[in-house]
Ligand binder design. Structure first.
Ligand code: SAH
Ligand code: SF4
Ligand code: F3S
Length: 487
């Protein structure tokens, strides 16, 4: 499987090779398995958007495996191509249509040779614009929303019979997680595990509550079973996923209610699971149990992606974020008191309707107070059907550009400062892959920075102590030190 953390191509991000903490940018092609068997059907999945889409793409491959589909890493000559799409900003949706145009040609070439190419559009654009996809791209065979991918085998069969497209963007009563096969392809050393879906927060700018539906949590037992299976397959680091992951709630074996802090403690008991992360969190749902877990559970990594969006109370209210700048800062203080080396990351939107220069400067002030190790920042993008899209006082594009540049310059500085602060320190690195240069291996610090060091590939899969030599803007280089942490 490809690297779990992917380049932030479309984040308006800090730099092209900054690793996305919560989102993917543009069309990642999933190389999800070994080469397919000679008689296997070739499945190619292109994934945009957040890590939840990455996870969903893996599950779509899992449900199609019993039908003989095996993932390949290019669309050429594929029997089926799935575009797993993201609707979060407008350019994201446009990319889907341009990719569809390209695939149409490939489909025609295959059909001229007497072969089929099933073309499916999944994910949040499919959910929001299913009808438009069929109207603009009538050659698409299947349109399915994020809640119906367990029905893919049935849809593929219907598409083979049907004259037109098969569409399923319902929010079915049954839970798709109950319909996923027990057998799943190994995810590798680092894996995603979706534990929560949907959002009830309705921020003024955001499509997620409409595309992913209401908040729901997977039962603790199902999460723990999946985590144990991943660990048995070799996974050493799990990132728990949810659009509001820290809103997760469930019950323990004794029936007592549990929140994410408790779930993290249960996961930490799984032998062989070394590292636990979670994303994305909402400041309102950071409860005392989760903060305590940061203080007390060594497997919980000292990194937290906690989007604030703005530092202006006026704009936070307009955004319906349900917290003030002071509340966010107080929360950061509590978290740092619990875990002094906690690295913080955030998302920001500049140019939300009504944002004045003074509001923007309040965001800059909050950033200067917190000091982020990493961050993602975006120009506000009006999304059809969301309250902010129709709001008065839209900010001109040129002004959004200027504010974004000013904010990103400061965030870049803070990220470089964090990376440089690690110079000379000995840190535990989980090595996961060969490096780009010969003789190098690559991994991640507990704070999520990519690290490269000269070392044998036999260390891949191990946590090893590394002395950081140089903090680059987006990564670190280091040297292995003699002592190797026990596996
Ligand atoms: N659930 C997460 C965010 C999910 S969307 C949270 O509440 O923080 C990921 C990020 O995309 C958001 O944090 C926000 O910064 C950005 N985003 C969402 N809608 C946007 C829009 N209309 N324009 C620009 N950025 C947007
Ligand atoms: Fe979107 Fe807000 Fe929900 Fe995050 S909390 S997914 S930004 S509506
Ligand atoms: Fe995009 Fe849907 Fe994720 S809109 S960010 S793929 S929840």
């Amino acid at each position: 499987m490809q690297a779990r953390f992917v380049p932030a191509l479309d984040r308006g991000g800090i730099a092209a090779d900054v690793c996305a903490a919560n989102m993917m940018g543009g069309g990642e092609r999933m190389d999800m398995s070994d080469r397919p068997k000679a008689n296997a059907k070739r499945l190619h999945v292109i994934t945009w958007g957040c890590q939840m889409n990455v996870y969903d793409s893996g599950r779509m491959a899992d449900v199609l495996a019993p039908l003989g589909y095996a993932p390949v890493d290019a669309p050429d000559d594929a029997d089926m191509v799935i575009l797993n799409t993201c609707h979060i900003r407008d350019r994201a949706a446009e990319k889907v249509f341009s990719e569809l145009g390209r695939l149409r040609v490939m489909k025609q070439v295959r059909e001229a040779a007497g072969n089929k190419m099933v073309l499916a559009v999944a994910g949040c654009v499919a959910q929001a614009e299913g009808a438009e996809i069929i109207a603009r791209a009538p050659y698409v065979d299947i349109v399915l929303g994020p809640q119906t991918y367990h029905k893919l085998p049935e849809m593929v069969a219907r598409a083979a019979r049907a004259g037109g497209a098969v569409i399923d963007t319902d929010f079915p009563a049954e839970d798709k997680f109950d319909h996923l096969p027990d057998a799943a392809a190994a995810q590798g050393m680092t894996a995603f595990l979706t534990i929560q879906e949907g959002c009830d927060k309705f921020c003024s700018f955001c499509v997620v509550p409409y595309t992913r539906g209401a908040e729901s949590s997977r039962p603790a037992a199902a999460v723990l079973a999946e985590a144990r299976r991943l660990v048995a397959q070799g996974t050493r680091e799990i990132t728990l996923l949810g659009q509001n992951v820290n809103a997760w709630h469930g019950t323990g074996p004794d029936g007592a209610p549990a929140s994410l802090g408790q779930l993290v403690r249960w996961l930490a008991e799984i032998p062989g699971l070394w590292r636990i992360r979670y994303t994305t969190s909402h400041p309102r749902d950071m409860d005392a149990a989760l903060i305590a877990a940061h203080a007390e559970v060594p497997e919980l990594m000292p990194y937290l992606h906690l989007p604030v969006q703005s530092g202006s109370d006026r704009i936070l209210a307009a955004m319906n974020r349900k917290h003030t700048a002071a509340e966010y800062l107080a929360l950061v203080d509590r978290l740092r008191a619990a875990r002094p080396d906690l690295a913080l990351s955030s998302d920001f939107i500049v140019g939300h309707p009504g944002e004045t220069e003074a509001d923007f400067q309040a965001t800059m002030e909050l950033v200067r107070k917190v000091r982020f190790a990493q961050a993602f920042s975006f120009k506000y993008s009006p999304r059809p059907g969301t309250p902010a899209a129709g709001a008065p006082m839209q900010v001109p594009e040129a002004e959004k550009d200027r504010r974004l540049q000013e904010l990103q310059a400061e965030l870049r500085l803070q990220q470089a400062e964090f990376n440089q602060s690690l110079e000379g320190q000995v840190v535990k690195v989980l090595f996961t892959n060969p490096g780009r240069r010969a003789g190098q291996i690559g991994g991640r610090t507990p704070w999520l920075q990519p690290v490269h060091a000269i070392g044998p590939e036999s260390l891949i899969g191990q946590e090893v102590l590394v002395r950081i030599v140089t903090g680059h803007p987006n990564s670190l280089t280091g040297t292995l030190i003699e002592e190797v942490a026990p596996a």
